[in-house]
Design a protein around this ligand. Structure first.
Ligand code: NAD
Length: 478
């Protein structure tokens, strides 16, 4: 196996194997082949990574650097990412079968994460409170310390950079642990940080599985912040672990997004976004519109168009420019999604189109399901695959209550040409983000996060500043 690519840890600016030499296989889910290996991080590797980031924070220049200088360093990294954009996209596509054009889009957004937070911290201002007593209070936002960031496999580079960028921009040092399913692009990012001249330990990459690699980070009392994106179940474990040393957590977790199409919607637009919302990235999106509610008055017309659009998606090799939809990210995940699809009939549902691939690929075709009881597992659970469960509704009150009847609350979409209804319903939906007549558009200044099982806290703009700094009040007698 000596000719395989190898993705090591990046610690103190050097790419290193695990202390005990352990490695794991990295798969290409489209070809169903092992194409690389990565270092299997254990407690000793995690301890080294934390010690390095601790040193870089306590003794290194990064937290004390002029804001403009730090911003310039981060822009240098973004420039290098720009130069290597297609390599980064190739790694994500190879690693998880994301269609290449979608991977290129994710890389562009990843670069923007760095540029945005570099400028955001450089240009920020605190608050000043002139007091009636004659005192003068003001706020200061200093870095929090060492950040442990743990990311999932569905947007390997984008989710990682969404955490790393604000963490380091605000003067922290950071250890990122990417998912064991997709170590490649984040390791290349770590190599680029070294090339960009980042001081050692500012950005360390720890490869390996959730336990022990991730768990060793969250339990380490030298870590000051834990930011995690992943499943709700793991999120609870991460929160419990971080609580042992009172490290604040930011948790971006699962979802079961409601997508509502009112009778006055622009149906062309609603069909376009309904397809994007559940079939982009093969449905492996926390924000997926996996529960679709369609007004009875337009149900038949909408469904005819929606099914036709789903069936028109070109399925195939993720590197083929014509491909819009490809296999799932791993065999394990394929088996999970397939088991939900195979259970639909048993739970009383009807598959209008799609189903599990019959040619041995780890692929579930764009699947649209109706007639499922509201208690069915495929309706209630996050499947995290290309499975859309559709219901019809009669009234605004009814659909708001259906949409909110979930333990998740990450996001919702609604389609209507009635402005008052758009505002009214958006306000009533229990979700961290509501998209009106669109999907997946983000302004990085706005809060991002979820309600209930979808998460704890918000990131984005000043919300990231709150989390990644220790805000301080300074009170002066004049
Ligand atoms: P996961 O919870 O299995 O793993 C996420 C990360 O946590 C991985 O890096 C994993 O190695 C690590 N991990 C696992 N156990 C751990 C432990 N005990 N301690 C520390 N780290 C541990 O999730 P996944 O399957 O990689 O990702 C899919 C999930 O992520 C879905 O539920 C999806 O909705 C969610 N997600 C949420 C958002 C969001 O912004 N809310 C974005 C993307 C994905």
């Amino acid at each position: 196996m000596s000719d395989l690519n190898f993705f090591g840890h990046i610690i103190d600016g050097e790419e290193v194997p695990s202390v005990d030499g352990a490695r794991f296989e990295v798969w290409n889910p489209w070809t169903q082949e092992v194409w690389a290996e990565a270092a299997e991080g254990g407690p000793d590797d995690a301890a080294l990574a934390v010690a390095s980031s601790r040193r870089a924070f306590d003794e290194g220049p990064w937290p004390r650097m002029a804001r403009a200088e730090r911003a310039a360093a981060i822009h240098r990294l973004a420039d290098l990412m720009d130069e290597r954009a297609d390599d980064l996209a190739t790694l994500d596509t190879t690693n998880m079968a994301k269609p290449f054009a979608q991977a290129q889009h994710d890389v562009a957004r990843s670069i923007w994460n760095f540029r945005f937070f570099a400028d955001h911290q450089r240009d920020h201002c605190g608050e000043v409170y002139p007091m009636d007593s004659g005192h003068h209070s003001y706020s200061e936002y200093g870095p929090a310390g060492v950040v442990a960031a743990i990311s999932p496999w569905n947007f390997p580079l984008m989710m990682a950079t969404w955490k790393i960028a604000p963490a380091i921009a605000w003067g922290n040092t950071c250890i990122i642990k990417p998912s064991e399913d997709t170590p490649a692009s984040v390791t290349l990012l770590g190599r680029l940080a070294t090339e960009a001249g980042f001081p050692p330990g500012v950005l360390n990459v720890l490869n390996g599985h959730g336990s022990p690699a991730g768990a060793s980070l969250t339990a380490d009392d030298r870590v000051d912040r834990v930011t995690f994106t992943g499943s709700s179940t793991t999120g609870k474990t991460v929160m419990a672990s971080a609580s042992s040393h009172l490290a604040p957590v930011s948790l971006e977790l699962g979802g079961k997004g409601a997508n509502i199409v009112f009778e006055d919607a622009d149906l062309d637009n609603a069909v376009h976004w309904a397809v994007e919302a559940i079939f982009r990235n093969s449905g492996q999106i926390c924000l997926a519109g996996s529960r679709l509610f369609v007004a009875s008055a337009v149900y038949d017309e909408f469904m005819d168009r929606f099914v036709a659009a789903a069936e028109a998606l070109t399925i195939g090799d993720p590197f083929d420019p014509k491909t819009r939809f490809s296999s799932l990210a791993s065999k394990k995940h394929f088996e999970k999604v397939a088991s939900y699809v195979e259970g639909v009939g048993l739970e009383g549902g009807k598959i209008l189109t799609g189903g599990v691939d019959t040619e041995g690929r780890w692929l579930v075709r764009p699947t649209i399901v109706t007639d499922l009881p509201l208690t069915a597992s495929a309706y209630c659970d996050e499947i995290f695959g290309p499975v859309c469960v559709v219901n019809r509704f009669e009234s605004e009150d009814e659909v708001v209550s259906l949409a909110n009847d979930t333990r998740y609350g990450l996001n919702a979409m609604l389609f209507t040409e009635n402005l008052s209804r758009a505002h009214r319903v958006a306000s009533r939906l229990r979700a961290g983000t509501v998209w009106v007549n669109c999907f997946f558009i983000r302004d990085l200044r706005t809060p991002f996060g979820g309600v209930g099982d979808s998460g704890v806290g918000r990131e984005g703009g000043n919300f990231s500043r709150e989390f990644f700094t220790e805000p301080k009040a300074i009170v002066m007698q004049i």
